[in-house]
Design a protein around this ligand. Sequence first.
Ligand code: CU
Length: 123
Amino acid sequence: MKVTHAIFSIALGITSVASALGCSQPASAEPQKAPRVVEIMVHGAFVPDKIAAVEGERLKLRLVRHDSGGCTKEIVFPSLGIRKELPTGQPVTIDLPELKAGELQFECGMGMIKGTIAVAPRK
Ligand SMILES: [Cu+2]
């Protein structure tokens, strides 16, 4: 009898743990789409240097620099006030804010190498 009771308690315990885990997912009021990951290779240039996007989209840029020249050691988004160092061989991610329609420029720290994110207006 005692054993039966113990087993029942354990079973009950497992059930409540399982249901607690099931509820641990945060209930978001407005489900946001995960940002789109765009890989950019940096090797004396940004490859690709033209990226197409749509208004309201969120991008996560993943940059890997392969060269070690001074020019590409930084990436700058002048209009967003973003400046990031690009250590050679180390992936760097940049989360961009929701994109506005138009052309978003990015460049190296000296403004010599450039790239563009062309953001098409949403219909
Ligand atoms: Cu440069």
